[in-house]
Design a protein around this ligand. Structure first.
Ligand code: G6Q
Length: 548
């Protein structure tokens, strides 16, 4: 059964939230804390190794109840059941959305077209496990009899960002294999990667759900030619494997079917790191760590599926986005991990969130008259404090931010970790409290400057505060906790899409890019200049061709 289609702005709770917003908007967070001594307890969720404090957000317990009422009115519960049970909720592509089935237990049953897909999921997992073990142990040898030292993942978008982010984030857990990622069709990218590689000891993993993507196929073909300069064609089977739904095209590329790790069309690219797309993760971290990542995600799935909305981390987090995006009219959200390991996390979530919810047509096919998809950005702290935090503190825009921190560091340097985390706590506190005129004056009074200078400087040094943050504190960065964190954002995306009444799982905007480049490429490669473009594009093409 299809997802329901309800314009959220026509619900009773939306109207109620609108009037409630007028009462909350002028209030300072400090005031919200003063009036409710139980605020932290009311607005914090503790679950497993996660402690999520929502209390530094510009809402109250009452707001949360009203937002939950909105979720009830659009029947979020029914949508969650359909999501997990394999209904065709990606209706524009006619597919189920079942990345959750990839991390579920062996004895679960999930049906697609009347067939339980779990046995096949486990068959692929077994294949990933066996292959990983033979490559990591050195049992799998290259054509000249040497064990592998390097793995190169060739893929783009969903076939790159997830595995690249996880391998980088969990580098502490890595084995001896060096893992590289080639994604951009920019020929300099793959050349930089292969220039120091020995083809005799390198394994190439070509990842493409469709096996039609221009960037991936170009890189795969160029890398294959580079490889064949040193080794014969028969060596391909030892050095090239593929992950795809399109087995025929993989075979046509020259890879044996035995070396294909299949995936299903009910796994969206940007949600596919849990599938065979995660092969590079498994190779790089070992199968056990890959499995633990899946275990973590499965735990978050259960939390999301079964917890009441008032204690449900992804649900509350999604409702807050609706609150800021549609009532406060905030346009962006920052994600600030206080660990260098999560350096690529923001980029990864940019795809997940913006590709899923950047839509302007609702589930009835009508253009919508409210805002959807938030703009996501962010970099690790403390580096970002020395870069863009100025704008969050004193700029004119409201930017709700998720602060992700860990109680333990991986190498255990307590002194550094305390410094890192004191910044984490200090920033969220300062963003909330700001700095009043009196506080600034007191500070200025301690300085050896004239009264006039003090007066002049005063307005620039005042911080209004009232900047919302969510503190996500996790015990330690492990494959399991990272799995939970990623799944948390995946479910947040789902909830937002349900409430905004959009289809989150197609990506026609990405596909447009794939089509457009093809036709222009033909022109760049031919001598004729077609006149089918606007004059700006026409001249740019001419200028490029005349000068290269
Ligand atoms: C993800 C998108 C997109 C996709 C890439 C690569 O959800 O669909 O980023 O992953 O375009 O596609 P292939 O895996 O088919 O090469």
């Amino acid at each position: 059964m299809a997802l329901k289609s309800i314009n959220p702005t026509t619900t009773e709770s939306w109207g109620a939230l609108q009037s409630h917003f007028e009462t909350i908007k002028p209030k300072h967070l400090k005031e919200l804390f003063e009036v409710n001594p139980n605020r932290v307890k009311d607005l914090t969720v503790e679950w497993e190794d996660f402690y999520v404090d929502f209390s530094k957000n510009r809402f109250t317990k009452e707001t949360l109840s009203m937002l939950i009422e909105l979720a009830n009115e659009v029947d979020l519960k029914d949508a969650i059941t359909k999501y997990f049970e394999g209904e065709i909720i990606n209706a524009t592509e006619g597919r189920a959305v079942l990345h959750t089935a990839l991390r579920t237990n062996n004895d679960d049953e999930v049906f697609v077209d009347g067939k339980n897909v779990i046995p096949e999921v486990f068959e692929v997992k077994q294949k990933i496990k066996n292959f990983t073990q033979s490559v990591v142990s050195g049992e799998h040898k290259g054509f000249t009899g040497k064990p592998m030292t390097d793995v190169v993942n060739i893929g783009i978008g969903g076939s790159d960002l997830g595995p690249a982010m996880v391998v980088d984030s969990l580098q502490y857990y890595k084995n001896h294999l060096s893992t590289h990622f080639v994604s951009n069709v920019d020929g300099d990218h793959y050349n930089e990667v292969v220039k120091n590689l020995n083809p005799e000891t390198t394994l190439f993993v070509i990842v493409s759900k469709t096996f039609t993507t221009q960037e991936t196929l170009s890189n795969a073909n160029s890398i294959k030619s580079w490889f064949l300069k040193s080794l014969p064609n028969e060596a391909i089977s030892k050095h090239f494997v593929a992950v795809s739904t399109n087995i025929e095209s993989v075979k046509a590329f020259g890879i044996d079917e035995a070396n294909v790790f299949p995936m299903k069309d009910w796994v969206g690219g940007r949600f596919s790191l849990w599938s065979a797309v995660g092969l590079s993760i498994s190779l790089s971290l070992g199968y056990e760590n890959f499995e633990n990542l899946l275990v973590g995600a499965n735990k978050m799935d259960e939390h999301f599926r079964t917890s009441e909305f008032e204690n449900n981390i992804p649900v509350i987090s999604a409702l807050l986005t609706i609150w800021y995006n549609n009532f406060f009219k905030a346009e962006s959200e920052a994600i600030i991990p206080y660990t260098q390991y999560l350096n690529q996390f923001g980029t990864y979530l940019q795809q997940g969130i913006m590709e899923s919810n950047g839509k302007y047509v609702d589930r009835n096919g009508n253009a919508i008259n409210y805002q959807t998809g938030t703009i996501i950005w962010g970099e690790p702290g403390t580096n970002s404090q020395h870069a863009f935090f100025q704008l969050i503190h004193q700029g004119t825009k409201l930017i709700p931010a998720d602060f992700i921190g860990f109680i333990e560091s991986l190498y255990g340097n307590k002194d550094h970790h305390d410094k890192l985390m004191s910044n984490y706590f200090a920033q969220t506190e300062a963003l909330m409290n700001g700095k009043t005129k009196d506080e600034v004056l007191e500070e200025l009074n301690g300085q050896d400057i004239s009264e006039e200078q003090k007066k002049r400087l005063l307005p620039y040094k005042v911080f209004k505060g009232n900047k919302p943050t969510t503190s996500i504190l996790i015990k330690k960065l492990t494959p399991e906790s990272l799995g939970k964190l990623i799944a948390m954002y995946e479910h947040k995306i789902f909830v937002q899409g349900i409430i905004w009444n959009i289809y989150s799982y197609d990506q026609f905007g990405v596909e447009l890019g794939k089509q457009l480049a093809k036709s222009i490429l033909n022109e760049l490669k031919s001598d004729d200049n077609t006149e089918n473009h606007d004059s700006s594009t026409q001249n740019l093409l001419k200028f490029y061709k005349n000068n290269c």
